[in-house]
Design a protein around this ligand. Structure first.
Ligand code: IVH
Length: 715
């Protein structure tokens, strides 16, 4: 094809994909042959007829048309072909300057305290002006763009703040990101947030649905999923946007103030948020917060707070950083989103250790863009309207089936009931009676003194406990058996194939292809998946002692404790003998068990109890018969960002239990403490954090969200 024709085509290419299908089709008919020929020339003839930029532009335009008109997608088109050399993942890119996260303020008093603490730090009197910028906190994912001599040379996600993923090819498909700059410092790292608008998110989910794909939960997930695509043409077909709000390494300053630097970035061609204001007092900050909060529903994209930054860059420099957050900035978060709905009924779930957890089944309602149909009710006291000390919560109002309730969620938290509308309470509603027998097995329910949790006492007969124990047994940190997840465990349990862990290892002999072909005949199982499962089970016949101990699901024995016990005892036999010997609480073996570093009375008691029952011991014997148990190795904490640090967790953790969070922290060499003191290095604060958060802030302890924490330990 003549180059002049291609140039003519490129010259007439519109900025946006046409809305009319006929036009879109027209364009594709013109572009397709060019792309095809160019692709062949490049890959097969090694003699490109288009520059990379020209090729990319055409491909991006075709992808944009496909995004708008999914009916026009053709599997033959270059846009749909996955790159010739599939990559295992993204290359890692080390940030020359660490990417930071932000501390949080949840109410006005936190903001007042933020200002006061900076004044104390900088010794600025109350009457002197300390200026800030206030701008929306975009709910997306952060990206660092590096420009050298005006050309975009790399783009990296935040990752753990130190090393991110190289998403350069994908960033090049985002139209808000300039590829070249004029008049920029020779070295310029621009940082900001990649996000997706509500409209684009809805359109993407509609396309996902029509192509049988899984919808994204929210625009942030959609943006992250789209940016972190190994095939840049997929990223190109999903409209991502970018706001610049910060910077990393610079060869020359961008300005003297945050306001000035942002203006400079805007001049260079970046999108900066139009709701950014310069404020000269805390009152101004709070006013602007209210303005942004009011504008929020109509912005067309998600924001989750307002970020305040000290305006004067020389003051920013003096204030500096804590380990992962700047002292000179804070994110003032919006209150959790709420919705009113009907609580249809209260159900009880029985966990692995027999704990009864009440769950509210709700008439589905949308809260902050997510459909919610369940809310946690914690325990009997919570339902009755009191806390663990007996003090009233919700003004002492109880929760009843049939009630109209206000539920809320902040971030990705499991929704909670905030309030009950007594005016709408049905006349026949009656106080909820917490079961005194287990709804699954009928055993008595007991609540030990001082404990908020009620437990089923039918440990050995309760099917719910047995299933939950099995789920735990095959879970990731335990036996981690591929193809044997919660769903399969439930199905096998219901069919009586797997009632206890040992049955997993006789599954093939009893139900496998060699025998009755039973598994293969089950819905969802074919020859391959059945064989894969049996292979995965075979693989796990050899297991580390630590995993085995953890897999047993002994109360108070998490991953780290299991590893610690494994290291201490070395072999299964030594472990078991010592625990069984410690049965007598007055005897020397009990003392020895208690003296192990990391084993307290509570864990020692739980271990002894676990090995106490004849039935349980027999089940363990049946299990270990199938296993080769490997002795434990000492973990290495080399390279761990948190080794030696003292960490406190407070508030609700959303991605793992407190026990698991603790275990993981300790596995990385951190010490986990229960209360905040001057020796605390990091406070991981989830929603609902209260006095510990306040104390940590007063002490200047590094406070981070669960996400930040996970990013930090994912080194
Ligand atoms: S400033 C050193 N400004 O929020 C300054 N961050 O929770 C670092 N974010 O990691 C960030 N909007 O991904 C800043 N206007 C904004 C922001 C913003 C969103 C994100 C950013 C950061 C996270 C911290």
């Amino acid at each position: 094809m003549a180059q002049t024709k291609i140039t003519a085509l490129l010259d007439t290419l519109p900025d946006e994909a046409p809305d009319a299908v006929a036009d879109a089709q027209d364009w594709l008919e013109r572009i397709d042959p060019v792309l095809e020929q160019a692709n062949q020339a490049y890959h097969l003839d090694d003699d490109p007829i288009l520059s990379d930029q020209q090729f990319d532009r055409l491909k991006r335009f075709a992808a944009a048309i496909e995004a708008k008109h999914p009916d026009l997608i053709s599997p033959q088109r270059v846009t749909q072909q996955v790159g010739a050399s599939p990559k295992a993942g993204f290359a890692k890119l080390k940030h020359q300057q660490r990417m930071m996260s932000l501390g949080n303020a949840f109410d006005e008093s936190d903001v007042i305290e933020f200002d006061a603490s900076l004044r104390r730090f900088l010794n600025i009197a109350v009457n002197d002006t300390l200026s800030y910028t206030a701008e929306p906190k975009i709910d997306g994912l952060s990206l660092s763009l590096r420009f050298e001599n005006g050309a975009l040379i790399s783009a990296a996600t935040r990752g753990d703040g130190i090393t991110g993923e190289d998403v350069t090819a994908n960033a090049r498909t985002i139209s808000d990101i300039p590829q070249t700059l004029s008049g920029a410092p020779d070295i310029l790292e621009v940082r900001g947030e990649v996000y997706m608008s509500h409209a684009d998110f809805q359109a993407l989910n509609a396309r996902q649905a029509s192509s049988g794909g899984k919808p994204f939960a929210n625009p942030r997930n959609a943006a992250a999923g789209s940016l972190r695509q190994l095939d840049p043409t997929i990223t190109a077909a999903r409209p991502l946007r970018f706001f610049a709000y910060s910077w990393g390494v610079l060869s020359a300053p961008l300005g003297q103030s945050q306001t000035g630097a942002l203006a400079r970035l805007a001049d260079l061609g970046f999108s900066t948020n139009p709701l950014t204001a310069t404020c000269s007092s805390v009152e101004d900050l709070l006013d602007h917060y209210a303005t942004i909060n009011t504008a929020r529903p109509d912005l067309g994209y998600d924001i989750d707070g307002v970020v305040y930054k000290v305006d004067d860059l020389s003051l920013q420099e003096r204030l500096g950083f804590r380990s992962t957050t700047p002292r000179w900035a804070i994110a003032h978060k919006f209150a959790a989103e709420e919705a009113v709905t009907k609580l249809e009924r209260i159900e009880i779930q029985v966990g692995r250790t027999g704990a009864l957890s009440p769950v509210a089944r709700l008439t589905p309602v949308t809260v902050g863009g997510v459909v919610v149909s369940n809310a946690t009710l914690h325990n009997a006291d919570y339902i009755a309207g009191r806390d663990s000390t007996g003090a009233p919560i919700r003004d002492g109002v109880d929760i009843r089936e049939g009630d109209w309730v206000t539920i809320y969620r902040a971030g990705d938290v499991i929704p909670k009931v905030k309030d009950v509308d007594l005016a709408r309470r049905p006349k026949d509603a009656h106080p909820y009676e917490f079961p005194t027998t287990c709804p699954e097995c009928g055993s008595d329910v007991v609540r030990e003194p001082g404990e908020a949790v009620a437990r089923c006492t039918g440990a050995l007969i309760c099917p719910a406990q047995a299933v939950e124990k099995l789920k735990h047994f095959v879970s990731r940190a335990a036996f981690d058996i591929d193809g044997l997840g919660a769903k399969q465990v439930e199905a096998f349990f219901d069919m009586d194939w797997v009632r206890e862990p040992a049955d997993i290892f006789t599954l093939k002999a009893n139900h496998g292809p060699g025998q009755m072909q039973q598994l293969k005949s089950l819905e969802g199982w074919g020859e391959t998946s059945a064989n894969n499962l049996f292979d995965a089970i075979e693989d796990r016949r050899t297991i580390s002692l630590a995993r085995l101990i953890f897999a047993l699901g002994i109360r108070h024995v998490g991953e780290t404790s299991a590893a610690m016990l494994a290291r201490h005892f070395g072999t299964w036999q030594a472990f078991r003998t010592a625990i069984e010997a410690a049965r007598d609480h007055d005897g020397p073996d009990w003392e020895t068990l208690n003296a192990i570093d990391g084993v307290g009375q509570v864990m020692a008691g739980a271990l002894v109890d676990f090995f106490h029952e004849d039935t349980a011991r027999a089940a363990m014997d049946r299990l270990v018969e199938h296993l080769t148990i490997e002795a434990a190795e000492a973990p290495t904490t080399d390279g761990s960002a948190v080794a030696g640090k003292t960490v406190v967790f407070t508030g609700t953790l959303e991605q793992m239990t407190r026990a698991e969070a603790k275990a993981r922290a300790e596995a990385l060499g951190a010490k986990v403490a229960g209360s905040v003191s001057a020796r605390t290095d990091i406070l991981v604060a989830g929603p609902g954090a209260g006095s510990k958060l306040k104390k940590a802030q007063d002490l200047g302890v590094d406070v981070m969200s669960e996400d930040d924490w996970l990013a930090l330990i994912r080194t």
